[in-house]
Design a protein. Structure first.
Length: 213
């Protein structure tokens, strides 16, 4: 038996499936099997979508701790973002018709987001001033996810303009950022936390804030 912390020889060690070494030269495969550089616009979009999903995972955990019920929405969205990634990884310019059909992303998911937005926004006080990302840990992390969602949308819009991705994917991300804004506000309300409102700067009148203020 090997001692704890010892490393088996390459000849006896079972290789993990977590690494393939096929991307060591800066390329990766799409769903179609096509190889592209890792800094290709498609992988830029996929990476940002993955980043969004990770931020949503953190937000979901805080929502569970707060018991505000929003994690149910988030977990569904995380699964749909996997579908978004599959659609993006199947460029319409090179995919076969069966591949396109299998990975198509429908507008019904955007319509579901709109229903959720209406439900959450209907519970909130009317917004009369701009707010800053704030309102407790759940709310603040949902705001982070919202801003990353905007980045993902911009990456996908590039692909829509290149005609490699269907516009339904961009529509979903656009509506998702709206949902996350409503969810962040709802989290602050449910958690009993106050949202910080924006105050315009006063130029030369600004003064240092004292720690005890």
């Amino acid at each position: 038996m090997e001692e704890a912390g010892s490393t088996a020889s390459p000849a006896t060690r079972k290789k993990s499936a977590l690494y393939t070494r096929t991307g060591d030269k800066g390329e990766s495969s799409l769903y179609t099997g096509e190889r592209r550089a890792k800094d290709d616009a498609i992988f830029e979009a996929l990476g940002t979508i993955d980043e969004l999903n990770s931020h949503l995972g953190v937000a979901s955990e805080y929502c569970k701790l707060a018991d505000n019920g929003l994690h149910v929405y988030i977990e569904e969205i995380q699964a749909r973002l996997m579908d978004v990634g599959s659609a993006v990884a199947t460029p319409e310019t090179s995919a076969t018709e069966p591949q396109k059909a299998k990975m198509a992303f429908g507008m019904e998911y955007t319509e579901a987001l709109e229903e959720w937005i209406d439900l959450l926004d209907g519970q909130l006080p009317k917004l009369t001033r701009f707010i800053l990302p704030s309102g407790g840990m759940s709310s603040a992390h949902l705001h982070v996810a919202r801003s990353v969602c905007r980045s993902a949308e911009r990456r996908v819009v590039t692909l829509v303009h290149l005609r490699t991705t269907d516009s339904s994917v961009a529509c979903y991300l656009n509506r998702l950022s709206d949902f996350l804004f409503a969810a962040a506000r709802c989290a602050a309300m449910k958690d009993g936390r106050e949202e910080t409102t924006y105050k315009k700067g006063e130029g030369k009148k600004v003064r240092p804030v004292q720690a005890n203020e």
